[in-house]
Design a protein around this ligand. Structure first.
Ligand SMILES: [Fe+2]
Ligand SMILES: [Fe+2]
Length: 283
């Protein structure tokens, strides 16, 4: 995969989702809903960080990065718009987004700080997102039983996350970001991701009336800690980031390439494709 293509998704976003749209599974639905709630704010932060970062580079470097940055911004802007539409349905169902104000407070704390912190945090989050993308594309059980249009939404997002997974990382390196902060930011971002996603999932279950159901927690335990659960799916790939020779393009992209090829009727490209990266060397 060599281009970052912005795509317009062609699914029905007007008809509200079922309350437990993910195969009738309250826990999985609440978890995916929680992630969706984090995207509009989070992805705006990524866009702002990357857009500001490229302006700090020397002219020749900036020219090399600009096509990838343009593709990155175009994809993330589309994701946040689509997830905002989805989140409006969740709000109408009575769910309350607590993750967004927490993220906003943390982003405000970065005002005036070295821009490499924002870009390093973006790169770390993109690593988590890329792992999530791999999980969604490889494990059929993750979205089993979900309404087809939401499967399309999540796998389209996952595929595009795979395409632009190296942009923020390459920028962080180009800005002279060091290894110590790269790893420190991964640990910090992971802590916030785990606690925020857990808190928002529990809150969603509370608001949708599933909190006190025994079934919710049996399914939840299996989804999180089971043999094919998210903890096992995340642990190994997460650790790869700790290696000094890590690069995001080392992650296999074949599932994303196949999904985009096999589901080409579900979206249409917007504008011209941008090169995925100009500096990375996949191994
Ligand atoms: Fe995204
Ligand atoms: Fe992303």
């Amino acid at each position: 995969m060599s281009d970052i293509i912005v795509r317009r998704l062609l699914i029905d976003l007007d008809t509200p989702p079922e309350r437990h749209w993910c195969g009738g599974d309250a826990f999985r639905t609440a978890w995916f809903n929680a992630l969706s709630m984090s995207f509009p704010q989070g992805e705006q932060f990524f866009i702002d960080s990357v857009r500001a970062a490229v302006q700090t580079l020397p002219e020749a470097e900036r020219a090399r990065f600009e096509p990838a940055v343009k593709g990155f911004i175009g994809q993330e802007a589309t994701h946040r718009r689509i997830h905002a539409l989805f989140n409006a349905h969740l709000e109408a169902q009575g769910l309350v987004n607590h993750w967004e104000p927490r993220a906003q407070r943390r982003i405000r704390q970065l005002e005036g700080a070295d821009l490499r912190i924002a870009v390093g945090a973006t790169a770390a989050t993109e690593h988590i997102t890329a792992i999530l993308a791999e999980y969604l594309l490889c494990d059929a059980a993750s979205l089993q039983g979900a309404e087809p249009r939401w499967v399309t939404l999540w796998r389209w997002h996952a595929s595009e996350e795979t395409e632009h997974r190296a942009t923020a990382f390459d920028l962080y390196r180009a800005m002279g970001g060091n290894e110590e902060w790269r790893l420190r930011l991964l640990r910090l971002v992971t802590w916030h991701f785990v606690t925020d996603s857990l808190r928002q999932t529990v809150n969603n279950l509370w608001h949708d009336g599933s909190f006190w159901r025994w079934r919710t927690w049996v399914d939840g335990w299996r989804f999180v800690f089971g043999r094919r659960g998210i903890v096992r799916a995340f642990a190994g790939p997460w650790r790869r980031y700790l290696r000094a020779d890590f690069h995001p393009l080392q992650q296999d992209e074949s599932r994303a390439v196949s999904w985009l090829r096999d589901n080409a009727t579900q979206f249409e490209p917007v504008g011209r494709p941008a090169p995925a990266t100009t500096v990375a060397t996949p191994t």
